[in-house]
Write a protein that binds this ligand. Structure first.
Ligand SMILES: Cc1ncc(COP(=O)(O)O)c(C=O)c1O
Length: 500
């Protein structure tokens, strides 16, 4: 053996770095795309009225970064599990396996010992679980004085979460931490809840807070992670006030990875133990299994037996069961096929693998750094599931007004290059009251990276394209909104055209 070389392999940090480039998996199956020309894309863009959600997916021949939700490639083990799905109408085998997996993944405190009141409710996706939670909660809460509303604070409500809260007559309040707004801040946990604001809100309006929500990672807040310290402190405030704490747990494993790698004291703690600790602080959680369930469909609402929520709202679980039978079928399948259930159980077991998470998050980081290196303003440090382009900085110095929605124009132009990103900012989170626009605090274009789908080279091409458009930003027109400005969740439905 050439000892010198072996010594180098062991000691040279560059060689150690090469290890991190290896994908911990290889392709077992691929899908060819049909050839698409610029003319095809132009035609499709006009047919979609510049709305990325209405653009034909089969015409996205570059990277489809519209969402990391439900877009994962499945592992061979997941495909194998699909063959073992139990399609019985009630109490199928998968339901019991799922219950067991929930306890393994999230900790023994989520086991259901008192079978009379179920604690685990399956849904076809995350927002269906949210709708169940907030609509039943709204019917359970005592009426307030005229003109008053209940408030659900969060470190950053996701758009459908917020819409479900508002649709049920409750106010959704975002308490983003100050570091998120500070472009220069290098703080790693920008997804945190602003604790001072939460404390003040509890002090002044505590009676009207039925529930506190923490989104891990914070999709609306730049996709940034939440520290264990922040979760713990939010929990202390929730306990002191007797207000239940819920997690929006879609990206729980990615959040745990950041805690392990960037929070003092967690370097030697395995991912699963970190997940268990995060979930020990909560009284319930909603989850879209289309993210860290590594599945294409699925969601759940889970209540902790003996937790503050169940204690404060007795009978909730029974009402939830009735609701579920009305809208999702029997509670033991919750709108999912038995094979879907088997696939997502396997996904939950895979997603906490250290090698998977290191590669997954590393890929998103490399993509973000490539954009940054090319001068595109992105939220730094980069989060775990997506890269967020700062629209205001991207267009700084141009003639655009906020109501020209240049972020929407940028996403429309990117479609012509075959890449699909999504505006999550002034248009998506803004509101028009019939007379004027109300703009949200954040203004991003998001490039969400599907799990196990793309290689670094694919993403490097997106970075190059965005950088090219950044260099000609003066020439990018704004858009007119021709339809849907006043609608709720308007970004899914609106029609635009480029300004002359
Ligand atoms: C943080 C967060 N919560 C909730 C949801 C809703 O989940 P679903 O798309 O399964 O309805 C999403 C979806 O992207 C999300 O990112």
């Amino acid at each position: 053996m050439p000892n010198k070389v072996i010594e180098l392999l062991k000691t040279d940090p560059e060689f150690a770095r090469f290890e991190s480039f290896k994908r911990p998996y290889r392709n077992a199956s691929v899908r060819f795309r049909k050839p698409i020309t610029l003319e095809d894309r132009l035609e499709a863009l006009n047919a979609a009225h510049l709305n990325v959600f209405l653009f034909r997916a089969d015409y996205v021949d570059g990277c489809d970064l519209l969402s990391d939700s439900g877009t994962s490639a499945m592992t061979a083990e997941q495909w194998a599990q699909l063959m073992l799905g139990d399609e019985s109408y009630g109490s199928n085998e998968g339901f019991f396996a799922f219950k067991e997996q929930v306890t393994t993944t999230f900790g023994s405190s989520w086991a259901n010992l008192e079978a009379r009141h179920p604690n685990l409710f399956l849904f076809h996706q995350g927002r269906a679980a949210e709708n169940a939670l907030f609509s039943i909660l709204a019917r359970t809460l005592p009426p307030l004085e005229k003109g008053q509303r209940y408030i659900i604070p969060s470190n950053g409500h996701f758009d459908t979460t917020e819409a479900n809260i508002i649709a049920n007559g409750i106010e959704a309040r975002n308490l983003f931490c100050p570091e998120l707004r500070d472009r220069a801040s290098k703080f790693r946990f920008k997804g945190n809840m602003d604790l001072a604001l939460l404390e003040e809100l509890i002090e002044t309006e505590g009676e009207r807070i039925p529930l506190i929500y923490l989104t891990i990672t914070n999709n609306t807040g730049g996709g940034e992670p939440v520290s264990m310290e922040n979760i713990r402190k939010v929990r202390e405030l929730s306990l002191a006030a007797g207000i239940p704490l819920f997690l929006d747990a879609c990206r729980f494993a990615e959040n745990a990875w950041f805690i392990r790698h960037d929070e003092v004291g967690y370097q030697d703690v395995p991912i699963t133990a970190i997940v268990h600790e995060m979930f020990r602080y909560a009284d319930g959680f909603t989850i879209s299994l289309k993210k860290d369930g590594l599945s294409n469909m699925g969601g759940a609402l889970v209540l902790k037996e003996g937790g503050l929520f169940v204690g404060r709202y007795p009978g909730f679980s029974d009402r939830l069961t009735d609701y579920q039978i009305l809208v999702e079928g029997h509670p033991t399948y919750g709108g999912l096929t038995g094979r879907d259930l088997k696939g997502l159980i396997e996904g939950l077991a895979t997603v906490v693998r250290e090698d998977y998470l290191t590669h997954r998050i590393g890929q998103v980081q490399r993509f973000g750094h490539e954009l940054h290196r090319r001068g595109v303003p992105v939220v730094m440090p980069v989060g775990g599931s997506a890269v967020y382009i700062r629209v205001n900085s991207f267009f700084e110095g141009t003639r655009h007004r906020p109501e020209d929605f240049p972020g929407v124009a940028l996403t429309a132009l990117l479609l012509l290059f075959g890449h699909r990103l999504c505006e999550l900012g002034h248009f998506a989170f803004g509101r028009h009251d019939g007379e004027q626009e109300h703009l949200p605090a954040v203004n991003f274009v998001r490039a969400a990276v599907p799990r196990l789908v793309y290689e670094d080279m694919d993403l490097a091409h997106v970075a190059e394209t965005v950088a090219r458009l950044h260099s000609v930003r003066d020439a990018i027109p704004g858009v007119d909104v021709n339809h849907g400005r006043d609608l709720t969740l308007r970004h899914f439905k609106a029609h635009f055209s480029f300004k002359a």
